[in-house]
Design a protein around this ligand. Structure first.
Ligand code: NAP
Length: 321
């Protein structure tokens, strides 16, 4: 029997799987999440930790968990975990890829469409009783989504799922930037590899799907934003710090780009005040990428699969690093 500590709500069926396997599950979480202090208190005899991307899992924390064998992050990104510190202590780290790919791609399209077609501004106008008179040049004219040029930065699992929707569903021309060519996607979807600079210059809409690493932090900075078309939109459903948020606010205020659909923020849950103050062609969502019930259940299931495998001495289905 091993002690499993969790920093968050877990669905009952997953708690049952852990307890049926004979493991003891930590009871404590407050409003869905326990504090670092409480976590430190629970860790000394824990063999497994199920955590979220909002938990900072660093060397000092792992030092307080001498029996820990696995950290199962309920997310695909894992920049919240010090992998080197975990490896040095022989602790396995796992994540939840694939099961959230399609839901996150759907949310990307939702933000893209809402921003391009000014859905939120339109909703606000109707609710405020300010229904704009129909006219050829009426307020709230948007940007065509069908057959536009979409630039995807990072053609991995989610980037490819977005490319599929864009190329096959909307007839978009899709450019992608990354460290390597993806010839499979080029053949299947007709996407074209482009250096980042060209992608930024030529795209009507740019969407980000790289992980947050030291290399990608502020990949979209002042210069990158100035390289984009003044009519272009930026969509970020990856991680906030990939974009220099202050530079984004400046670019939107000055008209260097036309709009942005943003699901993730540099200092979550804090959002730059300048960004919150912008309504025209700016749509903000609170990190909803994977937020459907079916997807969250699948993420919880995969995290528990990972824990059960490691505690049984088997290789986990989705290790990282
Ligand atoms: P993935 O399959 O690993 O795809 C990431 C892509 O980024 C890969 O093609 C990778 O290329 C590329 N890449 C990595 N570093 C790069 C760099 N320095 N320059 C250019 N390209 C680079 O990951 P995924 O499952 O699609 O997830 C992508 C990210 O989405 C996650 O890391 C997470 O942060 C974010 N996400 C957000 C939400 C949300 O709720 N908003 C939900 C799910 C995921 P290589 O093959 O060369 O490594």
């Amino acid at each position: 029997m091993a002690k499993v500590v969790r920093t968050t709500f877990l669905f009952d069926d997953q708690l049952l799987r852990l307890s049926s396997a004979g493991h003891e599950i930590s009871p404590a979480f407050v409003e869905g999440h326990i504090s670092r202090d409480e976590l430190l208190r629970q860790l000394p005899d824990a063999e497994a930790l199920i955590c979220l991307l909002t938990d900072v899992i660093d060397g000092p924390l792992l030092d307080r968990a001498p029996r820990l064998r696995v950290v199962a992050n309920v997310a695909v990104g894992y920049e919240n975990i010090d992998l080197r510190a975990a490896r040095a202590r022989g602790i396995m780290v796992t994540n939840t890829p694939d099961v959230l790919t399609e839901a996150t791609a759907d949310l990307t399209l939702a933000l893209l469409l809402a921003t391009a077609r000014r859905v939120v501004e339109g909703d606000g106008a109707v609710r405020a009783g300010a229904f704009p008179a129909w006219g050829l040049c009426q307020p709230l004219l948007g940007t065509d989504v069908h057959r536009c040029t979409l630039g995807i930065v990072g053609l991995g699992r989610i980037g490819t799922a977005v490319a599929r929707r864009a190329a096959l569903g909307f007839g978009m021309t899709v450019l992608y930037a990354g460290r390597m060519r993806n010839t499979l996607a080029e053949d299947d979807l007709g996407v074209e590899f482009a250096p980042l600079d060209r992608l930024l210059r030529e795209s009507d809409i740019v969407t980000l799907h790289v992980p947050l690493t030291e290399e990608t932090r502020h990949m979209i900075d002042r210069d990158a934003l100035r390289t984009m078309k003044p009519t272009a939109l930026l969509i970020n459903v990856a991680r906030g710090a990939i974009v220099d948020e202050a530079a984004l606010v400046d670019a939107l205020q000055k008209g260097d780009i036309a709009g942005a659909g943003i699901d993730v923020f540099e200092r979550e849950p804090k959002v730059h005040e300048g960004l919150r103050a912008l309504h025209e062609r700016v749509v903000l969502t609170p990190h909803l990428g994977s937020a459907t019930e079916a997807t969250r259940r699948a993420m919880a299931r995969l995290a528990v699969d990972n824990v059960l495998a490691v505690l049984s001495g088997d290789p986990p289905p989705s290790p990282v690093g």
